[in-house]
Ligand binder design. Sequence first.
Ligand SMILES: [Zn+2]
Length: 239
Amino acid sequence: MEKKTFRCVECNEVATELHRDYRNGILKITICDSCHKPVDKYIEYDPVIILIDAILCKTQAFGHILFNTSLNIHWKLCVFCLLCEAYLRWSELHSSEQSSDPADLIRYTKEWEFYGMFGLAALELSAFCGGVLLFLWVWVARLQGGTVEASLLLRALLLSCYGKVLLIPVVIWEHDYSLLCLSLIKLFVLTSNSQAVRVILNCSRRLSLVAVCLGLLSESVTAQACKRLPWSFQDTWMF
Ligand SMILES: [Zn+2]
């Protein structure tokens, strides 16, 4: 059986263990051979503290989640975020048709437009991830001779999109600042994506920002192309 390897959250060096069990309840956190700091200080932390540090986009917290945990919810999170996004777009589509009649609400739930919006959101997310992965594969693997683990990067990109769940409160508490909130959520998600790429590849901030910007460009081109299709039914959206 292959032995699981970990990474130091401070210097990204490979480690074989996060803590050592000396029995009788004595546990000692492993110190990194390279930077002489704890390999992963977050194993002692409360999940809430880890979440706060991840929200603050700290690379150490990202390193802990991406390398040293077996958090395997990226696909579920991805579907949930896509549902949030589809709901936002779908509700925008019907925002002009103000109606409080419950019968209308039931009728809307039957409409295929929601599934269409879900498909479009999924297509744009695929374009974003594809753009980022393609650029990193060309730049890091082909030009610099490095290695790019696509599955690891994809998991990092999907997990770092967790900020999209904030779309739900924006839709529920509809107010005058919705557009500003959506822009801030987008900025937050892109910053998280950039930090995730930086942690996985241990690369410079500039390279991760360029990768995310190219992913965004790919997503925008796909969105515009879909908008021009003759059977397109959407008007405007943010994501
Ligand atoms: Zn280290």
